[in-house]
Write a new protein. Structure first.
Length: 202
């Protein structure tokens, strides 16, 4: 068994197309007088194939983990239409926020530095930073390691595509998080060691 979560991406375009096709094939039913909401059962729905249990299913390798689980990539037109709709929706949300907060200015565009900063803050909080005085730090050492490893993946995958400033910032943040992780784990190791017995008296 592995602790890695299993992800399944649902292609909403396919579901919508199937739903429209089923609706077009279904014969129209006459409206019932004084009828309220009712449950519509699709009799043509094929029986779902049972998924293999976790005990019998083979563990996917890192390269095959998402193989077959991803829907086909959207077409360029679909991507353009979705991006335009997303931007329009985001602008409406920002207009509503500004209407409720007149002193709020236009939000700056999100850039690569915001992504790195988000990882940095997440990693430091997972290692107990920002704990209020007098409270015991809550440390998520496994989550911190995952955050640091994700930054390492980001550094590797963006190699050659960053400006000098972006690469320097990413490397500095990754260095700081790794150093904090090393200090924290060394403290954990010291605290978990049994006390040294006193020397025997002669």
């Amino acid at each position: 068994m592995t602790d890695k979560p299993k992800f399944e991406v649902i292609d909403r375009r396919k579901l919508k197309a199937e739903e429209e096709e089923q609706q077009s094939q279904r014969a129209p039913e006459p409206p019932e007088p004084n009828s309220g909401p009712r449950l519509v059962v699709n009799e043509n729905r094929a029986e779902a194939t049972p998924e293999p249990s976790a005990e019998t299913a083979p563990e996917p390798t890192s390269e095959q983990e998402f193989d077959g689980a991803l829907p086909p990539a959207p077409t360029p037109q679909e991507s353009r239409e979705q991006k335009a709709a997303y931007q329009a929706s985001a602008e409406r949300v920002e207009d509503l926020l500004r209407a409720q907060n007149p002193g709020m200015g236009k939000q700056p565009a999100v850039g690569f530095e915001h992504l790195v900063q988000q990882f940095y803050l997440s990693g430091m909080i997972q290692m107990g930073a920002g704990t209020q005085e007098g409270q015991r730090p809550r440390v998520d050492i496994v989550g911190a390691r995952t955050t640091i490893d994700l930054l390492g993946v980001l550094l590797e995958k963006t190699k050659g595509n960053l400006t000098d400033q972006e690469e320097r910032m990413l490397q500095s943040v990754l260095f700081e998080l790794r150093m904090a992780f090393l200090e924290l784990t060394s403290m954990i190791n010291v605290q978990s060691m049994p006390p040294t017995p006193p020397p025997a008296k002669p």
